[in-house]
Design a binder for this molecule. Structure first.
Ligand code: GLA
Length: 730
């Protein structure tokens, strides 16, 4: 059966994605109305879903005779616009040449496209095999101004996911100013939902908060220039009766790396409008006649199997259909990053010695972090001067690479391409490349300015610097950092009426540069970073399959950071490293085993100087590197299940299961010692209930059914300790 069906007579669209249905219809007034999103339904007469009930007489309506509940403000709109009757948060608001914001979009027609189209200049999910997706384009038109909007829905045969975006076309003959153009909206029928949001800061990303929906607007946004540490661009709505493993859960993730807004607006009739897109605050876009504007992609997932079911869908969507590159489904090299071990104090001799030691320990990739370029001895200078610091690297990156490669290790390198230090050769030469408002003070953050990424000359300069270093240094990995917020947003090249475009043009420029690099260097593994996880978003996964989850390498802090991140992002995208104790961010000390077990994600490494460690510690590292290599594929391609809720259970527990269900790795981490109470048992998920599993470490034998329906008994744990259970199908 087709994934997208249109009932011509009733004018109903029925989209099926995995085992979910999304239903909408065209009503008598030619508005596109939302009907249903949830568990899969058989085709039927769904017209009743489009009906609205009587509401307050205050609502404005084009035909008073029909009844005031025929106002779009009372309807569940698929793509609500400002201008006629809808007075909630809308998906589109613009200013016409006459200064008004009048817009009235009515159904015009539809097209069904095979597969999943890309989005021009933007990250987008894609098929890995033909036939996995179908795309519906619904065309809406304001026949007065000739503004046309195509609303897109891509549905997946094997996933409960829908990917949405919109394209606004100005078919009129005067320019219009877009003031708010969101990627998608879902009007839920009531307000009986719990909303999960996330908050955080540097070294404390993606902490989870939940609240019962209340009347009015609630949600998240960023105006920092990036998706940000503070709030990541995702929201989750779940029915109060649902939990981690059962019940209706709806997730929305915006695949965008810049300023965004993600809100739920609960109206006076108790309907809940979820709406996500580019942050309208500080944004305008001038659309000339004949031009189009494409929004970023919004990824939606539905689960009737609780929050974990939603996470599994997003994990597969982002790992298999958003991330790209040769590493997306393979074990990543075991790396050693120099940052916490050496900070700015690197030089060729030290790097060579670390490389030799690292090779003995089974490390495959040595990443030289900050400090290798320009006059960079601290964070005061040199961003933009992407040539080797001759005092530290007398033979250049080339010379360093030869020594590292001779030791049997690949070389990776750190860049912070989008930044420029005031004290740099580049700033002397090109002060006009700085993101700023002419004639006004330019703020510094970490002693640096931001480059104007909307400029082609800036993108070209950065491309040449990065490409040249990759070639000269035989570089196999690039860490792409970004370490401050935007402040004064302006571009010298744009006219006054286009300055509101700079924030979005910055992101488009960044995407264009990354696209060029990943296309020309397909074998290089790129990792994104922004002071840790300040730009950990689905958009960047399109260019870089992994991200530095947090600058906080403390294993206990990482438990909640990785828990929150795992709600929507796959484990394959989460970088985690073992660092020394006391930890450099929290000054906490925990055992090596705890640090190791927590760092076992899809992208594992060490962040220390092995030359400063004892023989015993180095032996632990070698054993870890060997162990990780045998499970690396599981961490990338396995299914991930959260077994405990770190906020309620005072502990954390999770498991990976191989796609074949023949192996599972369960980890339990304590945060507080619990002397009293019964032995802990966690029900396991994703196993073969008819199979028998042996716990390789303890020799115990369990049936899959017992593990899933009764649970795996846990060893007692001391304070901040971990235990792992390796369960192999017999
Ligand atoms: C940021 C990153 C760190 C490290 C430093 C280098 O803070 O998140 O991992 O690369 O920059 O200056």
């Amino acid at each position: 059966m087709k994934l997208i069906r249109f009932d011509e007579e009733r004018r109903i669209f029925h989209l099926t994605s995995g085992d979910s249905s999304y239903i909408m219809g065209v009503n008598a007034q030619n508005f596109l109305i939302h009907g249903y999103w949830g568990r899969k339904l058989p085709d039927s007469d769904f017209n009743y879903l489009m009906e609205t009930q009587g509401h307050s007489s205050f609502e404005a309506c084009e035909d008073n005779e029909v009844g005031y509940w025929h106002s779009p403000n009372c309807m569940r709109m698929e793509f609500p616009v400002t201008g006629r009757q809808d007075v909630k948060k809308t998906a589109l608001e613009l200013k016409n040449a006459d200064g008004t914001n009048m817009l009235d979009l009515r159904y015009q027609g539809y097209k069904i496209h095979e597969g999943k189209p890309g989005l021009p200049g933007l990250p987008a999910t894609y098929e890995t095999e033909k036939g996995q997706a179908e795309t519906l384009e619904v065309i809406l038109l304001d026949d007065h101004s000739n503004i046309e909007v195509s609303v897109f829905y891509s549905v997946w045969a094997h996933l409960n996911a829908i990917c949405r975006w919109a394209v606004v076309k100005n078919n009129g003959n005067t320019p219009v100013m877009l003031e708010r153009v969101m990627s998608g909206c879902v009007d839920f029928p009531d307000r009986d939902y719990i909303m999960t949001t996330n908050y955080g800061a540097w070294a404390n990303e993606r902490q989870i908060e939940k609240h019962r929906l209340f009347s009015g607007v609630q949600g998240l946004y960023s105006r920092k220039g990036t998706s940000s540490h503070m709030h990541n661009p995702f929201v989750i709505l779940q029915r109060p009766t649902s939990d981690e493993y059962q019940g209706d859960v709806y997730g929305a993730v915006l695949a965008y790396s810049g300023n965004y807004e993600a809100v739920v607006d609960v109206d006076s009739y108790g309907m809940s409008r979820m709406i996500l897109g580019i942050n309208p605050d500080g944004f305008t876009w001038k659309l000339e006649p004949g031009e189009t504007f494409t929004t970023p992609e919004l990824c939606l997932a539905y689960s009737y199997k609780g929050v974990n079911g939603m996470s599994n869908t997003f994990h597969k969507l982002f790992r298999d259909h958003m991330a790209r590159g040769k590493y997306k489904n393979t074990r990543r090299p075991v790396l050693l990053n120099t940052w916490e071990g050496c900070y700015f104090g690197i030089n060729e001799e030290l790097i060579e010695n670390i490389a030799k030691e690292a090779a003995k320990l089974g490390v495959e990739l040595l990443v030289v972090d900050d400090g290798w370029f320009g006059e960079r001895n601290n964070d005061m200078t040199s961003l933009g001067d992407w040539y080797p610091n001759k005092a530290k690297l007398p033979n250049g990156v080339e010379g360093m690479a030869k020594k590292v490669n001779a030791a049997g290790v690949d070389l990776g390198i750190w860049f912070e391409p989008e930044m420029i230090s005031k004290e740099s050769q580049l700033y002397k030469k090109h002060p006009e490349w700085t993101l700023c408002v002419k004639g006004r003070l330019i703020s510094q953050g970490r002693n640096q300015y931001v480059l104007d990424m909307s400029r082609q000359d800036v993108q070209d300069y950065l491309y040449d610097c990065i490409a040249d270093t990759i070639k000269k240094g035989n570089i196999t990995y690039v860490k792409w950092d970004y370490n401050r917020n935007h402040a004064e947003i302006g571009s010298e090249l744009l006219p006054a009426d286009r300055q509101g475009e700079v924030g979005h043009r910055y992101v488009l420029g960044l995407y264009a540069l990354m696209e060029r690099l990943v296309t020309n260097f397909p074998d290089v593994l790129f990792e994104s970073c922004s002071g840790g996880g300040g730009r950990f978003d689905a958009g960047l996964l399109y260019y870089m399959p992994q991200a530095w989850t947090s600058d906080d390498t403390d294993a206990i802090m990482r438990l909640s950071i990785q828990y929150g991140t795992s709600l929507v992002y796959p484990l394959s995208s989460m970088s985690a490293h073992i660092s020394v104790c006391p930890n450099h961010q929290t000054w906490r000390s925990v055992s090596y085993k705890t640090r190791q077990d927590v760092a076992y994600t899809g992208s594992f490494g060490f962040e220390l100087d092995p030359l400063k460690l004892s023989e015993e510690e180095r032996a632990q590292m070698a054993a870890t590197a060997e162990d990780y290599k045998s499970y690396g594929d599981l961490f990338v391609n396995g299914d991930y299940y959260r077994l405990a809720n770190i906020y309620d259970d005072k502990c954390s527990a999770w498991m990976f299961v191989s796609p074949e269900k023949d192996f599972a790795l369960v980890t339990h981490a304590s945060i507080d010692v619990n002397i009293e109470g019964p032995q802990k048992k966690f029900k396991l998920y994703g196993l073969d209930e008819n199979a028998t599993y042996v716990d390789e470490g303890r020799g115990r034998i369990y049936s899959g059914a017992a593990l899933m329906y009764d649970g795996l008994p846990m060893d007692g744990l001391g304070d901040r300790a971990t235990a792992t259970y390796k369960l192999k199908k017999m």
